[in-house]
Design a protein around this ligand. Structure first.
Ligand code: COI
Length: 359
């Protein structure tokens, strides 16, 4: 593993930096430092902690043309004892490498990934917000930096982590869902299970439709029959049917959400059943109509858990959930936030303490 070189200018910048705003928003403020790692000649060459700033790229850099890019989203929380903990970062490290393999990019040793997360979090310690539900949102990413217009896997890459002291991603209002029955997000054998920018870019045309329909989020269906529920563009999906939690089983067209997985594990600890299977949207809408599906919700790192109030189709028909404020979803949200923020006991290995630095 390479040692991360700490640049004194970065330390000076972050030491002096404060945020004088009580409304943090999501990704609005950035810690003034960043991690940078360079890959060349078949190996990771060096890692640096630098002042946050623009990066300069040749106009023919491959990522700009062919989208060879991956990213992660993860969070660090300030606990009541003032210590800062990352939530399950090992899972992000593993998923980052899964995405890297799919996108023909180099893997980064898990320990190296974690060390870089530790360092940016530790140096941003005073910027990790205090209030329940707030966090330091970490955004690790990697881009192909080789220059040239030939379409082939690059040999040079840039890994970075930036960090944003953030509030809640959702305002607290329930989510209105637009059911996308025409466009698709991912197909079998494609990149749906990789966290790569192209998946998000491909979702934006439908997102425009979603907003025009007065909704907040797009619900994606499978590519073949256009009826099996997959995920929202940046979140996984759950529904409560006859009192039991249901979520689509994972395929290689669905992102393996760490929040999704954590909810299933928490439910397991509480001896509550979670059904993971293919979910037909038409059946689900019938359950919404006859009242057997009382709640549905989205979940993800940024959003945590947010209840769904309604499903809307392209023809304008709307299916209202019996419990639009999602009382059970909100309980799950509170449970998860309680664990993340050190208010409730965390399952073993879920929280990684960040080193305490004197600087
Ligand atoms: C996250 O929840 O961290 C995501 O990556 C989703 C989104 C903000 C793109």
């Amino acid at each position: 593993m390479k040692k991360v070189e700490i640049h004194p200018e970065a330390v000076e910048r972050v030491k002096k930096f404060t945020i004088n705003d009580t409304v943090l928003g999501f990704g609005k403020y950035m810690s003034p430092i960043m991690i940078q790692g360079l890959y060349d000649n078949g190996e990771w060459q060096q890692f640096d902690l630098l002042p946050y700033g623009p990066i300069s790229l040749d106009p023919c850099t491959k990522v700009l043309h062919y989208g060879q890019e991956i990213f992660e989203g993860m969070k660090a929380f300030r606990h009541p004892d003032e210590k800062v903990y990352m939530f399950r970062p090992e899972q992000n490290a593993r998923r980052f490498n899964h995405s890297a393999r799919r996108m023909a990019m180099p893997e980064i040793p898990e320990e190296q990934f974690l060390q870089c997360c530790d360092i940016i979090t530790a140096y941003s310690h005073h910027l990790v917000p205090k209030r329940l539900g707030e966090s330091l949102y970490l955004r690790p990413f990697m881009i192909a930096t080789e220059v040239g217009l030939g379409i082939k896997p690059a040999k040079q890459f840039l890994f970075m982590i930036v960090a944003s002291p953030s509030g809640a991603y959702f305002s607290g209002d329930s989510v209105k869902v637009y059911v996308e029955k025409k466009d698709i997000r991912a197909a079998d054998g494609g990149t749906g299970a990789a966290k790569t920018g192209g998946n998000y870019a491909a979702s934006l045309q439908s997102y425009k439709k979603t907003l025009e329909a007065g909704c907040d989020q797009t619900l994606w269906l499978d590519a073949i029959e256009h009826k099996y529920i997959e995920e929202m563009s940046g979140m996984n999906f759950f529904a409560i049917i006859n009192g039991v939690l249901h979520t689509p089983s994972l395929t290689d067209t669905i992102l393996n959400g760490i929040t999704r997985h954590s909810i299933i594990e928490i439910m397991g600890l509480d001896k509550r059943q979670v059904v993971e299977k293919r979910m037909d949207i038409n059946e689900l809408l019938k359950h919404v109509e006859d009242g057997s599906c009382t709640e549905a919700f989205v979940c993800g790192t940024a959003s945590v858990v947010a209840p769904i109030s309604q499903f809307q189709l392209a023809d304008g028909s709307i299916y209202h959930l019996k419990e639009p404020m999602g009382p059970q979803a909100m309980k799950i949200r509170e449970r998860l936030i309680g664990i993340q923020a050190g208010r409730d006991e965390a399952p073993a290995g879920w929280l990684r303490p960040t080193p305490n630095l004197e600087f």
